[in-house]
Design a protein around this ligand. Structure first.
Ligand code: NAP
Length: 245
């Protein structure tokens, strides 16, 4: 695992948005950040799941989270602009954003990628992140130091047979991260990507239905890197893709 000792309350007084916060790695990141003192903004498409995470955070006695129900597949530029305006109005500054939500699409030969699946994967994994980042960066620049974190994959810098649209979308994610990091290099905004590595979630199970889950890392196991990149210990770190495992 990424070698980082998590410190108590290291995220207190930080406002952090997490996309895909209702399940898998995003859910765990939301709970972990809240436990460490952050006010988390939970964005996702299934309201019930977001409400369950909200309840878990309240039961921890952590700062009250906010919920933003949004389907990244159908969202328009205006949705992101309105969302950023609401965040700016309600919390003033955004110290962190973990762009974690994504979809796998289908794993099949390149010549058999369905155009609609291609469009959906690109919309959720690339275009929505572009629109989100564009809308959020001004609010992030209001923070003393802010951290924008994208989520890549092992297939995000080396293509793999049959991983078509998903793999290509993760290359684009890494490219977006590098462009933003370079552009804001001399600002208070840092921008990095995480490669979580094989982690036990629904997405992993749909890609590898037959594997032995007991050999996989849990979302909780991989949290040290997720916390490091949101904490002030990572100030100055930018433009990198870091492995959580
Ligand atoms: P997951 O368990 O399937 O969770 C994905 C999350 O994204 C869910 O909360 C889901 O919401 C949300 N989401 C999907 N489509 C959405 C949409 N259209 N609008 C809004 N939210 C949407 O997956 P995970 O394994 O935690 O993956 C998290 C990130 O890690 C992804 O970027 C993935 O590519 C990356 N990753 C994972 C692994 C792994 O082994 N698990 C490895 C490499 C990279 P709902 O639950 O409401 O559908």
């Amino acid at each position: 695992m990424f070698d980082y000792q998590i410190k108590d309350n290291c995220l207190s007084n930080k406002n952090i948005l997490i996309t895909g916060a209702g399940d898998g790695i995003g859910r765990q990141a939301a709970l972990t950040y809240a436990k460490l003192g952050a006010t988390v903004i939970l964005l996702g498409k299934t309201v019930k799941k977001l409400e369950a995470v909200y309840d878990e955070i309240m039961a921890l006695g952590a700062p009250e989270p906010a919920i933003i129900p949004l389907d990244l597949k159908g969202a328009t530029k205006q949705n992101y602009v309105d969302m950023a305006a609401t965040i700016a109005e309600q919390v003033g500054q955004l110290d962190g954003a973990l762009l974690n939500a994504s979809m796998l699409g289908e794993l099949n030969p390149f010549t058999q990628i369905h155009e609609q699946i291609w469009q959906d994967v690109m919309q959720v994994n690339v275009t929505s992140q572009f629109l989100l980042a564009q809308a959020l960066i001004p609010t992030m620049l209001n923070a003393k130091n802010a951290s924008l974190v994208f989520t890549s994959s092992g297939v995000g810098n080396k293509g793999r047979a049959f991983w078509g649209a998903y793999s290509i979308s993760k290359f684009a994610t890494e490219g977006m991260m590098q462009v933003i990091a370079d552009e804001y290099d001399s600002s208070t905004l840092r921008c990095n990507a995480i490669n979580p590595g094989a982690t036990e979630t629904k997405m992993r199970a749909s890609a590898y239905p037959a594997e032995d889950k007991s050999k996989l890392a849990s979302p909780e196991d991989i949290m040290p890197l997720y916390v490091y990149l949101m904490s002030d210990d990572s100030i100055g770190e930018t433009g990198k893709t870091l492995k959580a495992q």
